[in-house]
Design a protein. Structure first.
Length: 170
């Protein structure tokens, strides 16, 4: 079967790298980097940690992270105080409930009290809001993950692997 993409170099421009399938060591490095982020590295470290944990812990893409509304979180505890499960949209238009691992639920729960009130409160409003209360820009999760990977040194190690770098592709 002819596949023109097979001839392309997998690593074309380091500035366009995105996570495509990280091994457990790489995920552990990134999670540790999110845990270490404080006010010196970010104005909103708890928001960054919750977003990063959702991306890394559940393998969600940027659009899926930004599509999460507050009402998509459910818990046996008081609403707004924690999260045990997350409702995600299926490509077919349905929904599925995904249990949140303990660390992921803790990261989201730590962020919720500091979450900025949304301007649009449909379905509880977006989980991640900008300073003005609107939904985060679409590049936020991607740029955040790249910044943390670059700050942890993981990005430079993966780029140095050369074409076909282990886990980062265009």
């Amino acid at each position: 079967m002819y596949n023109p993409a097979a001839r392309r170099s997998r690593l074309t421009n380091p500035a366009q790298l995105t996570p495509a399938g990280l091994d457990p060591w790489q995920i552990a490095v990134l999670l540790a980097a999110f845990d270490e982020r404080g006010p010196a590295e970010s104005r909103h470290p708890r928001q960054d940690r919750a977003c990063g944990y959702l991306q890394l812990g559940l393998g969600l893409r940027s659009g899926a992270v930004l599509a999460i509304c507050l009402d998509d979180l459910s818990t046996e505890r008081e609403v707004g105080r924690g999260a045990d499960t997350l409702r995600l949209s299926d490509p077919g238009g349905g929904h599925r409930m995904v249990p949140l691992p303990a660390l992921l639920g803790e990261a989201v729960s730590a962020y919720l009290p500091r979450r900025r009130p949304p301007r649009d409160s449909t379905r509880g409003g977006p989980l991640f809001t900008a300073r003005t209360g609107i939904k985060m820009p679409s590049r936020y999760p991607h740029d955040l993950l790249r910044a943390v990977a670059g700050g942890s040194g993981l990005l430079s190690r993966l780029v140095s692997d050369g074409p076909g770098g282990r886990a980062w592709s265009r």
